[in-house]
Every structure is written in C-alpha cells, then in structure tokens.
Design a protein around this ligand. Structure first.
Ligand SMILES: C[S@@+](CC[C@H](N)C(=O)[O-])C[C@H]1O[C@@H](n2cnc3c(N)ncnc32)[C@H](O)[C@@H]1O
Length: 482
C-alpha cells in the first residue's frame, strides 16, 4: 500500500469515527478544498517571488498547515468522487502523481509529516531519526494556529509559547461539537477518550528544547530544572519535549513541594510525578471511618496493596494499627510512599515494600484501592485510573482469602463509575467476589464531591452524577462443613 493510500484509509476511518461521511459529498469537499486553497493563497498574497521561495517561520508554519489541509481534502475528494469509483484509474491519478514529495523545500517536509498522521511526541531525542519539526517563534502569535500533524519547535519567548498553547487548546476544544452523538454510555466513554487522545496529540506538537541539564534558553523561561530532575532523573544530553508535558511536570513539582491537605491525617501528602494523587477525598474518608475488624486486637497487622502515595497506609497507622506493610510495583510510588510516611513520622509503623499485590503472610486487615475503570491506559500517568481487564481488581480478589487471618477483613475501595458507563456489571462484580471464596460483610458508600461530578458540560456527566464510591468489607467464606 502506498503512503497516499494509507492516508486515504486514515481519512476514511477518521470520518467514519465521527460520522462525518454524511457531510463529505463531492460538492462539500470541493468547496472545502477551494476554501483551504484560498487560505493557502492568503499566506503568499503580498510576498515577493523571493520571499515566497524563502518563507519566514510564520509563513512556513501557516502555509504548511494549509498545504496539508489542501492535500487532505483533495485525497478525500478523489476518494468520494463517483468517477473515481467507476474508473479506478481516474481516482488514482492524484495518489500516484503526488505520492511522496521529493522536494527538499521545507513546506514539502511539512506535508510529508502531516500525511503520516498525528504522531505522539513526548520526550523526543534529536537523535531519534524523527523528521525535524518546523521552527516557529513569536511572529506566529495572533496568526492561524497550527494544527495536529505538524510538529513545531518554539524558538521565541517562553510565555508567548504558553499563550500559543492556550490558543491551540481552544481550537482543539471546538472540534467535538461536530462529533457523533453517542448511542450508549459506553460509546460516550470511548468517544470521550478518543477525543482526549486526539487533543493530547494536537497539543503535544508544540515543542521546547531543553539543554543537557534541563535549562531552557528562551526569553522569560522559568527555571524548571528541579521539576525535570524529579520527573525524569538527571538529564542526559539536550532533548526536545512538548510544552504541554513540561507544564504538567511543573504542576506536579508544585504539588510535590506544597503537598495536598488530607483532613483524615491532619497532615499533608506530597505526591511525586506520575504517582496516583488522592485528590478525591471521599475514598480516604471511607478508610478513615470504616469499623476496624475485631481480628486486629489479636494481630495488629494490616496490608495496603498498591499504596501509591502511601495515603491509606498512613491513615491506617494513624488509626492506631501497630504495623502496616504497604506494597507497590512502581518505583516512583515506592519512593513517594516512603517519603510521605517519613514526613508524617510513621516510618517505624509503616513499611513500604516492592511486591506484586500482596506481601508475604496474612494480616487482620488488607486494604486495596485499585484503578476503578477497566480500560487501557493511554499514558503511564493514567495507570492509576484505568486497569485493562480489571487485572488489579481481579488479582486482589483472587488472592485476598489466602492473605487474611481468621476473622480478618479485606477493604476494597471501588467506585461504580464503570457500571454507569456500561463497562462492568454489578452482577459480574459480585460473581467475582463469590468465585474468590469471599463474602460481603458490609459496605460504606459516599457520593463524590469533586467538581466534575456536577459539571453538566462534561460528556460523561450522566455517569459521573450517578457515581457512588464504596468501601466493600470482604471476609473469607468459611469452608463448607462436611
Ligand atoms: C489507584 S492507585 C491507588 C493508590 C493509593 N492506594 C490510593 O488510594 O491513593 C493504584 C496503585 O496500585 C499500584 N499497583 C498496580 N498494580 C499493582 C500490583 N500488581 N502490585 C502492587 N501495586 C500495584 C499502582 O502503581 C498504584 O500506585
């Protein structure tokens, strides 16, 4: 398959996913093509011959975007034009004639990259072999904002780059209005995630260069060296990174420095970059309020499975449990949890260990707050929220009975959002509990208080408004008597 055919197929899929096929008549496509060609012309209108041969960075970026748009509409039109189906050769002319531009002109380079479709650019080493991005600076501010498919390396004022990112975000947020109306909550969820991924790809195209020690050689650039070291470790040569990711990392650094207040601890938790952060208080309060099992009076030992920042282990220790063993598999979480229990003066009572789910032995109380939604995480940061095929939930339930002393309890913290999204059923969940040899001894419920729960413009509002977070008190079912 040629690159152009591949692109034609991507365009088909793109239109299909959004139900835009209905709007892509040859008439509409021809009009859109003419509109884009007009926008392309605008970029060159007042230039001399010479200026148009050596475009400035802003013309380069804006024209590159328009050339890509013209190409995309032309391919789509060729695909939808009735003659192209009756006579394959006519339909294929544009693909064959235009396949892989050979020119070394920078604007052609932009087309080549746009035509491969949006690429996710995270930390991109210059040696990675990826095509170099277009270089842009302050002069593009206030002009057509470049879109996905064209990576832009910013060489202007840092604060102006932030402004440009905001403008790109506004533009990206306008698109969903045309999106397909979902026919079910599950479809709404998938479309929402698709839109989020597309938005992240688009915004990830604005890149900033970092020196070997993470310094930024741009006007009005903040010193973010410490934030980068915290997230990625010491620098190893200069790198190019998306501004969006960089700003996220600076936010994470501020959270880590200030900490977030946890009333149940009468203290603060300092989350590290990439570690699940307890912003939703209701689940922490459930663990702070549930009645402690009697078995703790004979064995003062609890496990916190998948401890993250260590928040639940700290709450259990503050409730007077003599010893808590907290596990995680993520090195960032392990370091973060150790630092938090240390800061809270609980290091003697909370031991943080690396383990796949459970530590060795049995405890009187085993707590676990797995990711709540069965779905594939798109980024490592999403691993605290999405769990493919409910692996952690299933693993916890399957191993719980073997890690409880008689009379001990497992506390599973889980929201029913997945049920409202049609991604898990209550019956299926209860069947998992029964199949693991467990019984439900009780349940404490809480309504989420985070702002999204009442945001009517949120595409998942229906499910979020109905969501309940529960602490399930589970016990091992006694073996059948003969
Ligand atoms: C949703 S977060 C909960 C973190 C913390 N307990 C809390 O409530 O804020 C789930 C945590 O489980 C960890 N995790 C995932 N799979 C694990 C496994 N197989 N063994 C241990 N920890 C795991 C993740 O790294 C993450 O820190």
């Amino acid at each position: 398959m040629t690159e152009v055919e591949e692109l034609r197929n991507q365009l088909r899929q793109f239109a299909e996913e959004r139900d835009w096929d209905q709007f892509h008549s040859p008439k509409n496509l021809a009009m859109a093509l003419a509109g884009e060609a007009g926008e392309l012309l605008e970029n060159f209108q007042w230039l001399t011959e010479e200026q148009s041969r050596r475009p400035s960075p802003e013309v380069l970026a804006a024209a590159g975007e328009e050339i890509a748009d013209v190409l995309l509409y032309l391919i789509r039109l060729a695909d939808k034009h009735p003659t192209s189906r009756q006579d394959g050769r006519r339909g294929e002319v544009p693909y064959q004639a235009r396949n892989r531009p050979q020119s070394t002109e920078p604007s052609m380079d932009l087309i080549t990259r746009s035509s491969t479709g949006p690429r996710a650019i995270g930390l991109l080493a210059p040696s990675s072999g990826a095509p170099p991005p277009a270089i842009v600076d302050d002069r593009v501010i206030g002009q057509t904002v470049p879109t996905a498919g064209t990576a832009l390396l910013w060489r202007g004022d840092f604060q102006n780059a932030r402004q440009m990112l905001t403008a790109m975000a506004k533009r990206a947020d306008r698109h969903p209005r045309k999106a397909k109306k979902p026919s079910s909550p599950a479809e709404a969820f998938h479309l929402h995630r698709q839109a989020q991924a597309q938005r992240a790809r688009t915004l990830g195209m604005l890149l900033i260069e970092l020196d070997a020690d993470y310094g930024i050689a741009l006007r009005r650039a903040p010193d973010i060296r410490q934030a980068c070291v915290e997230a990625w470790g010491p620098g190893e040569g200069s790198t190019v990174v998306s501004l969006r990711e960089l700003l996220g990392l600076v936010g994470a650094h501020e959270w880590r420095a200030k900490g977030i207040p946890i009333p149940a601890l009468d203290g603060r938790i300092h989350p590290h970059y990439g570690v699940f952060t307890p912003i939703r208080r209701e689940y922490v309060d459930l663990v702070a309020q549930a009645p402690l099992p009697q078995a703790l009076s004979s064995l003062g030992l609890a496990f916190d499975v998948g401890t993250g920042t260590g928040v639940l282990a700290a709450v259990l220790a503050r409730r007077g449990i003599a010893r808590v063993v907290a596990t995680d598999q993520d090195p960032r979480a392990l370091a973060c949890a150790r630092e938090n229990v240390d800061r809270l003066g609980l290091a003697k009572r909370v031991e943080v260990v690396e383990a796949d789910l459970f530590p060795e032995g049995r405890a009187a109380l085993v707590v676990c707050n797995p990711p709540w939604v069965p779905a594939r995480p798109a980024t490592p940061i999403e691993r605290g929220i999405y769990d493919p095929e409910s692996r952690m939930l299933r693993g916890f339930l399957a191993g719980l009975a073997a890690h409880l002393v008689p009379g001990g309890e497992g506390w599973l913290v889980l929201s029913d959002l997945a049920e409202h999204l049609g991604l898990r059923s209550r019956e299926g969940f209860l069947a998992m509990i029964a199949a693991a040899g467990l019984e439900v001894a009780g349940r404490l419920d809480a309504k989420p208080r985070h702002p999204k729960a009442s945001d009517v413009s949120d595409p998942l509002h229906g499910a979020r408004a109905a969501e309940v977070t529960s602490l399930w008190r589970l016990t091992a079912r006694p073996p059948n008597l003969p």
